[in-house]
Design a protein around this ligand. Structure first.
Ligand SMILES: Nc1nc2c(ncn2[C@@H]2O[C@H](COP(=O)(O)OP(=O)(O)OP(=O)(O)O)[C@@H](O)[C@H]2O)c(=O)[nH]1
Ligand SMILES: [Mg+2]
Length: 236
């Protein structure tokens, strides 16, 4: 059983954001007060993502190399240089598809010491019709099915909204630079035998323009990256 954290654990959030000017402030505003710092990592946005995120109270970093994983790694690098390490890191998208107000649902099982890693699962009964594309639903099903068959995993989603103990996250040595980030974290959590669970979360249609699952290139690229990671772990 992992250790229980202090009553007032330090929780930080990392939000990768590329051209999310219309949604980023909404996302930031709805993050509960239990969070001590919100870190938005911008990748060369051409809109007002940076200005809007700063105005809403986030720390804004810039990563020039384009990619979801690069942005997450940049946020982790920034946090690693702070004088005090946080207890929990939460990852959240900047498109307002998730409900940031549900953040505590993801962190409470970690604070209680029951789990190291909690994924927000976008279950059918709680997600808005059309909020996930058919290829995204199929891709998530296939990836989690393969993880079940190969490794006995109980994941049902690769949801981006997730919380993990900071020390455990560091032990995973995350390296994916793009859309393999979520599945990499799950595969490595299995390998390291982290105590993980899923919490059902709500999910709605994004504000603004899709970068990944709503585009053909993004879907194919993400699918290849995700299956590549699973294949790599299946032969280890
Ligand atoms: N920093 C950074 N963020 C990115 C990049 N690509 C996407 N994002 C962000 O990652 C999150 C997920 O991207 P989305 O476009 O929402 O991808 P998705 O959820 O698969 O698809 P839809 O929500 O259906 O469009 C959003 O917050 C994006 O702004 C990138 O290259 N760099
Ligand atoms: Mg999205």
């Amino acid at each position: 059983m992992p250790n229980q954290l202090n009553n007032l654990p330090d929780i930080k959030v990392i939000i990768p954001a590329f051209n999310e000017a219309e949604s980023i402030a909404e996302v930031i505003k709805e993050i509960p007060d239990s969070v001590s710092e919100i870190v938005v990592v911008n990748n060369n946005s051409s809109d007002k993502t940076v200005e809007n995120a700063k105005a809403a109270g986030a720390t804004v970093l810039s990563e020039n190399r384009k990619g979801y994983g690069y942005a997450c790694l940049k946020g982790m690098d920034y946090i690693s240089k702070q004088s005090k390490a946080p207890d929990i890191l939460v990852f959240l998208d900047g498109d307002y598809s998730d409900y940031p107000e549900e953040l505590d649902k993801l962190t409470v099982p970690i604070i209680k010491g029951e789990f190291d890693f909690v994924i927000g699962a976008r279950v059918k009964r709680l997600r808005e019709e059309g909020s996930m594309t058919p290829q995204q639903i199929f891709g998530n099903w296939l990836a989690t099915f393969l993880m079940k068959v190969m490794f006995g995993a109980t994941f049902t989603d690769l949801g981006p909204f997730r919380a993990i103990r900071y020390d455990k996250l560091l032990s995973l040595n995350m390296e994916d630079k793009t859309y393999g980030w979520t599945v990499e974290m799950q595969l490595k959590a299995l390998k390291k035998k982290l105590a993980y669970t899923e919490v059902p979360v709500r999910y709605k249609k994004r504000i603004g323009v899709s970068k990944v699952s709503g585009t053909v290139k993004g879907s194919i690229f993400a699918g290849i990256k995700i299956l590549g990671w699973i294949f790599k772990y299946s032969i280890k």
